[in-house]
Structures are given as C-alpha cells and as structure tokens.
Design a protein around this ligand. Structure first.
Ligand SMILES: *Cc1c(COP(=O)(O)O)cnc(C)c1O
Length: 383
C-alpha cells in the first residue's frame, strides 16, 4: 500500500515523479497542443492538450494529493470549475446554496444556469434547518462556501453532509478561502471540493486557475468528460506556476494565519472600529465550528469602521499604502477591498445588505509581510 503523505510533504511531493525524459526535478512546461503518433492511436497516453497535457496532469495529481482525494481536475478559472459541476445537472434540477456566496458564483448560478432551467435556493447555512426547509424531489446539489466571502461565516460541513446523505444529494464545497491547509472537506463528507487556485493555492497573484477534486470514480469520469467536452482547461504555463505555488502553500498559510490573527486583534481593540469578522475571534458566532473544522483561522477578515458610510469606507481603502486596493485575495501581498462596490457589486443591494455586506464593510486579505508594517498602514489609514 502507498504510504499517505503528511500535508507538508504532499505539498511538495504529492502525485509527483521526476520527468521520465531527462529526470527534470520540476515538471517541464509541455507547451504543445498535440503529440506525435507512430501509427493512428499509437501514442504515449497523450493525443491533444485539451484532453491531456503532462504539465496539467502533474498539477491535477498534486491537487488530489493535497486535498486527500483520488482525482484532481484543473480548469482555466475557478468559475470554469464551478461551471463544470453545474453541467452535471439537467433542466428542472434544483440546487441549495449558501446565501452570502462569492459574487461570481452567484452571477453564474442566476444569470446563466437559471436560464437553462436550473433552480437555485439561497439560504443561511449556519442553521441547517434552512436547508431541509427547501429540499424536495428535484434537489440534486448542495453548494457550500466556507468560510464565506466576505462575512466569514463558517458552515458546519459535517452537519450539511448528514442532510446531503439522507436525501442522496451531491455536496460540493468551495474551499477557496480556507485552502486545503486549513480545511479538508472530504473529512466531513463532501463529494466535490472546488478551489479558485487563483487565490491561496497559486498564492502569488500571477495566474487564474480553477480546480475540482473528487473521490468517486463515476463522478470523476463524468467531470473529466465535461472538462474535455466543454474545454475550459488551463494552459501548461499556468499549470506549472500553480504547481510551484503549491510547494510553499503550507509555509505561506502558516504566516497568513499568524498575520491574520495580529491584524484581527488589532482592529478588534481599535476604538474607531465597530465590528471585526474573523472566525478566530471568540466573539465570532461560528468560532466553535471553525475551531473543530479548521486547523487555524486564515488571513481573510472583514471589518466595519464606527459610524461609517459608503464614503468613509472608500476613504480608508484609498488611504492604505501597503495594502493594495484590488479584487482577489490569497496572494503573498496584502490586499484591501470594498465588497459593496467591487466583488459584490453584481449582487442586488437588498440581497447584499440582508447577508451583512453593508456599504461600509471593508475586506482584507492579510499577506505575509511584516505584521508591524501592516498595522502601521492600517493605523494611518483609519486615522
Ligand atoms: C475567486 C473565487 C471564485 C472564482 O474563481 P476565479 O478563479 O476568479 O474564476 C470562486 N469562489 C471563491 C470563494 C472565490 O474567491
């Protein structure tokens, strides 16, 4: 039996072997669309790069290894990976999803797949009764995001999986915010784990890439079929960069968590700050679930300045010098965002405010710089 690698070793060696051609230690970037055949069908397992590419395959094996899954599939973006999952469904099927969802996922669900006859229910999953209330014969998939973006709500994956198993529903978890270092949804009964590898897995803000990891053979076969048939695959260069990012995932995540804690505690004590959303704070409503489900609490947090409105929040994010005002998260550098006008602008205001994304909310992706410099930057920006 193959020995199971511990996480820090899996990040570097999982699913990898030296390149057979010249013994290259790093997987070469196989920048090719096609492969020579000696006779029709006489090839070495590779025919055309939409279907298979050795660099992508090395990445897919690594992804499976760090999520403790059997199969990994890499896509051109996180949304392309989600798109592939939804293509498992048919018109008339229903999906139950978390209500404070990543804006792009919400847009894909409501603006594309709803038009193809798939129905979506958006519920608050901290109370699992909200899920059972809408389950019916047409329900096929539960879509969980945890921690959620940007409110940092934590969903009890095990509790949701109990419902999914009872009603024979697929359970997919968007694990982007946690990364496989902090949380491995298969341990809690998930069927599909999804990542925007653009974020922590890539970790250097230099690529866009998506991933799915599954254990079930049939489900994997269908998803590989969809990946090839729909064609939203990532290129060899981005596959290589993502693999390179994975090799330091555990080191980066440890530091993201340390800095996240320092920044969250600083803001939490700040007289001009009303509220801080970070699952590591004991005051966080889902702190206990986070503690059992996650190894640590990550570097993502949101906060509301006291008495602030839209303009005050904008002023603060504009004042920041070290934190870059930008979309995205999970890179080595610290970023700040204003969800109401940036990542969540595509969600109607009424819907947005209902889930807590008010006009004055600011989101931080705390990077791995010196934490004292980050605190000093926040201090001058908050004033
Ligand atoms: C960024 C993100 C996505 C979408 O991924 P892309 O790589 O940008 O397509 C999905 N879910 C979450 C939680 C994200 O942060």
């Amino acid at each position: 039996m193959k020995k199971k690698l511990r996480f820090n070793t899996a990040a570097i060696h999982g699913g990898q072997s030296h390149d057979p051609a010249y013994g290259a230690v790093m997987p070469p970037i196989y920048q090719t669309s096609t492969y020579a055949q000696t006779t029709p069908g006489g090839h070495k397992g590779f025919e055309y790069s939409r279907t298979h590419n050795p660099t992508r395959q090395a990445l897919e094996k690594s992804l499976a290894s760090i999520e403790n899954g059997k199969y990994g599939l890499a896509f051109s973006s996180g949304l392309a990976a989600i798109d592939a999952v939804l293509k498992l469904l048919e018109p008339g099927d229903e999906v139950i999803s978390t209500n404070d969802l990543y804006g792009g996922s919400y847009r894909l669900f409501t603006k594309i797949f709803q038009g193809f006859g798939i129905k979506f229910h958006f519920v608050g999953m901290s109370d699992v009764n909200e899920i059972t209330n809408v389950v019916n014969k047409k329900t096929k998939l539960i879509w969980v995001e945890t921690p959620t973006n940007p409110m940092m709500n934590v969903v009890d994956i095990m509790a949701v999986s109990t419902i999914a198993k009872k009603y024979k529903l697929l359970l997919a978890v968007d694990n982007t915010f946690a990364s496989p270092y902090l949380q491995q949804p298969f341990d809690f009964g998930a069927d599909i784990v999804m990542h925007s590898a653009t974020k922590y897995i890539g970790g250097h803000s230099d690529l866009v890439l998506g991933a799915l990891i599954v254990n079930d053979d049939k489900l994997a076969e269908r998803l590989f079929f969809i990946q090839n048939a729909s064609g939203a695959v990532c290129g060899p260069m981005d596959s290589f960069l993502t693999l390179r990012g994975i090799k330091t995932l555990h080191v980066r995540m440890k530091r993201h968590c340390e800095n996240g804690k320092i920044v969250a505690e600083y803001l939490n004590k700040h007289p001009k700050i009303e509220k801080v959303y970070w699952p590591g704070l004991e005051s966080h409503p889902n702190h206990l679930i986070a503690k059992t489900q996650m190894r640590d609490f990550g570097g993502m947090l949101s906060f509301i300045p006291k008495g602030a409105d839209f303009d005050v929040a904008i002023k603060i994010v504009e004042n920041l010098k070290l934190f870059t005002l930008a979309e995205s998260l999970g890179g080595v550098e610290s970023l700040a965002g204003h969800p109401a006008s940036m990542t969540h602008a595509s969600i109607p205001k009424k819907e947005r405010v209902k889930s807590g994304v008010v006009d004055s909310l600011i989101r931080l992706s705390v990077g791995i710089e010196d934490s004292q410099d980050l605190i000093e930057d926040l201090e001058q920006a908050i004033g």
